[in-house]
Structure formats: C-alpha cells, structure tokens
Design a protein around this ligand. Structure first.
Ligand SMILES: [Zn+2]
Length: 162
C-alpha cells in the first residue's frame, strides 16, 4: 500500500513537471528559444548522493548526448521495480536491468541498490541516452546510439568529481 502511494506521488510529480514545461511562461520560452544548445545542467538529478550526482553529470557532459534527459532519478530497488511495473515496462531480472528510461517524460530511473561501479554507471547511462536519442524503446537502436557515447566516455580523461 505504502509503495503504491509513493509511486502515485512520483507519477503525479512527473506529470506536473512535464505539464509545467509545456505551459506558456514567456520568460521560460524566451530562455529556451535564445539558448543555442540545451544546457548540460538543465536536467534534474534526484535521490543521488552528491558523489553520484557529480559523477553522472560529468559522464553525461562528456557523452554530449543528442537528447538530454529531463531528470535522472536514483531510486531504491523496490521503488525501481514498482515504478517499472506502473509504467508497464518489462524489466528482465539480472544485473543489466539496473536502469530504464521512460521516454514520454524523458526520465531515466537508476536502481541505486544495484549501483556497482562508476564505470558501469557510465556504460549503462550511455544505453539510456541512446534510447532518448533514438526516441525508441528498441534495445538495438539504443545500443547503436550508445556506441558513440561510450567511445566519448572511454576517450575522455576520468572525470574529477572529488
Ligand atoms: Zn534499453
């Protein structure tokens, strides 16, 4: 019951944020229209430790994705599973399902209980950014787009987030 309430709140929050972004605030629209590129800091990171947030931001900055997420949410495993279920996403069991992307809200969910290492974080975030770039739920399309991002990550000096 408690889980359900939390997820409902989360979805309501996402809906409100998404709605807010399409509402006509002239100031906001102006800022968006005049900005040449989406800002690397224009997305929200929620639920992460300060180290995780600094790292994921540094990795996304290096990958320069074609489409930025609107938010990156680090959630405990039970919330992750429940949210996936509410979104009717099939999350296969096993390590590779440590994150998923909800395309309509451009939200990347990361299972913080499966956070293993900095390198694997970047590797799988690249895959999720691939889903956003391809605007597709197809794993092949995501991996194809992720290839370039992973290359940029590999070629870049390790981000200094300390
Ligand atoms: Zn995928």
């Amino acid at each position: 019951m408690k889980f359900r309430i939390w997820t409902t709140l989360l979805l309501v929050t996402i809906a409100q944020v998404a709605w807010g972004q399409t509402s006509t605030n002239p100031k906001l629209l102006n800022a968006e229209a005049t900005s040449p590129k989406p800002s690397v800091n224009s997305y929200t990171v929620l639920g992460a430790t300060s180290e995780q947030e600094a790292l994921v931001r540094a990795q996304i900055r290096i990958m320069q994705p074609d489409v930025y997420p609107l938010r990156v949410l680090f959630v405990p495993h039970w919330k992750y599973v429940d949210t996936a279920r509410v979104f009717r996403l099939h999350v296969p069991s096993g390590y590779t399902s440590a994150m998923f992307t909800h395309l309509p809200s451009r939200s990347v969910f990361i299972d913080s209980d499966r956070y293993v290492s900095d390198d694997s974080l970047g590797y799988w975030v690249a895959h999720e950014l691939g889903h956003l770039a391809a605007n597709s739920a197809s794993e092949n399309a995501a991996d194809k787009a992720a290839r370039e991002y992973r290359k940029r990550l590999k070629d870049a000096p390790k981000p200094d987030v300390h």
